[in-house]
Ligand binder design. Structure first.
Ligand SMILES: [Zn+2]
Length: 81
């Protein structure tokens, strides 16, 4: 299995994670750099297979991380996905 089977580059932002937008404020144009709403700024989206894969492995990965960060209080913040 290839990683490209699990995720694909976001079409909306072409993988940058941001969408360049221009907003006109009077006569001034402001260049807005907004997080892509499709991929939430990640630049890629999980494929259907990727979502299934992630659902299956997420609890295991979270446990692994918890175990390796046992003494650190911030471990619960690490994988807030
Ligand atoms: Zn995107």
């Amino acid at each position: 299995m290839l990683i490209s089977d699990l995720k694909k580059t976001c079409n909306e932002c072409e993988g940058s994670g941001y969408i360049a937008g221009l907003k006109e404020l009077g006569t001034i144009q402001i260049n807005l750099r907004q997080s892509c709403h499709v991929c939430s700024g990640k630049g890629f989206n999980l494929t259907e297979l990727g979502q299934e894969f992630w659902k299956l492995y997420k609890p295991m990965i979270q446990n692994l991380i918890k175990n390796s960060f046992q003494n650190k209080s911030e471990c619960s913040d690490v994988f807030d996905l």
